[in-house]
Design a protein around this ligand. Structure first.
Ligand SMILES: Cc1cc2nc3c(=O)[nH]c(=O)nc-3n(C[C@H](O)[C@H](O)[C@H](O)COP(=O)(O)O)c2cc1C
Length: 329
């Protein structure tokens, strides 16, 4: 069973990918989408979204990262895919699931799920544009407003040459509201020859087991569940292991802060810390307490200090590499 870390634009960037893959249990990541519309992007545009391209397409923990492209013009997508491939990602993933209005207005993301013929052309153009050894995969929702063409879209991706399919078990109209319709993933899995990865609403080990049972998929992709519970992938792959405790998570948060400080502009730093904390509240009561304490603070240094004033021992200090090692499996 492989566990993939989901792409999440605006949340799960290289900093958080670094943290979550350090904990362990994740086999592969996908970058946030890189939108292609009308121009051949310079190399730096790909590297900005996926700095792992400068490190062999892997996170510092050595987990491979595929780069995700999104677009609706076959020639332009192919040209960009070729340039991207030359930078050495662990593969190229194509986005057929983004529900954002601004993206859909230009015919990208989930809007394409009404046009399976175009989907096949887009995947085919990218497949032909990149070296045959470079994996090309696709990620889809079940449809735009209904799921009646889900299997047709999946077959179009397969026919275009995708070697793997991630299915987020909701339509665009469903947004991110529970439930996820895992049984529809089973229909897709039965219809295609390529491996299908199940995605959507996996928050716990029990969810992972049920999702595998309902979908028949060995492989899972997890997004918000991993951000909320960084030990989730490890707990899924090694039953019986003690859960990642709040104190054990502190060095990871400290390391995250170091990365944010060195890579993210000052005015966005407090927001990034609070954003992760907001997700962690779902799993850790201590995160709830910390979130309440920092919610209204905008000075990033103060946010960090308050956070660790509340943390139970051990309290990390910079540099905290020895503590970090405890969290790294
Ligand atoms: C904030 C946010 C950003 C996302 N960005 C992307 C993206 O860039 N590319 C993509 O294919 N899916 C994106 N998704 C969808 C996720 O990859 C995933 O399919 C979805 O969150 C369901 O999985 P989960 O329930 O495990 O979170 C995003 C989801 C969220 C909530």
């Amino acid at each position: 069973m492989a566990i993939l870390l989901a792409p999440m634009e605006g949340l799960l960037d290289f900093t958080l990918r670094d943290m979550l893959t350090r904990v362990g249990g994740i086999d592969r990541c996908v970058s946030e989408f890189i939108r292609v519309s009308g121009t051949l992007l310079p190399e730096r545009a790909f590297i900005r979204v996926m700095p792992e391209l400068e490190h062999g397409g892997r996170t510092p923990a050595g987990v491979p990262v595929r780069a995700q492209l999104m677009g609706s013009d076959a020639a332009c997508l192919a040209d960009n895919a070729a340039r991207l491939a030359s930078l050495g990602p662990a593969g190229i993933d194509l986005n057929f699931g983004c529900p954002a209005k601004v993206v859909n207005r230009h015919g990208g993301g989930a809007a394409l799920l009404d046009e399976p013929e175009l989907i096949a052309r887009l995947v085919g153009a990218v497949r032909r544009a990149v070296p045959s050894a470079m994996p090309v995969s696709a990620k889809m929702r079940l449809g735009v407003n209904c799921d009646s063409r889900a299997v047709e879209c999946a077959l179009a991706m397969q026919d275009g040459g995708a070697e793997e399919l991630v299915v987020h078990a909701r339509t665009k109209a469903h947004g991110y509201r529970p439930p996820a319709y895992w049984e529809r993933i089973a229909d897709i899995r039965r219809a295609v020859r390529i491996p299908v990865v199940a995605n959507g609403e996996i928050w716990s080990v029990a969810d992972a087991l049920r999702c595998r049972e309902v979908t028949g998929c060995d492989d899972l992709m997890i997004g918000r569940g991993m951000v909320s519970d960084p030990g989730l992938a490890l707990a899924i792959v090694s039953p019986g292991r003690a859960p990642l405790s709040w104190p054990a998570l502190q060095p990871l948060i400290a390391r995250f802060w170091q990365l944010i400080r060195s890579h993210i502009e000052p005015r966005a730093r407090a927001g990034r810390l609070k954003q992760w904390l907001n997700y962690l509240r779902r799993r850790y009561p201590e995160a709830e307490q910390a979130y309440v304490a920092v919610r209204t603070i905008n000075d990033p240094e103060l946010v960090y200090q308050r956070l660790f004033a509340l943390a139970e021992a051990p309290r990390p200090r910079y540099p905290c590499e020895s503590l970090l090692a405890e969290a790294v499996v």
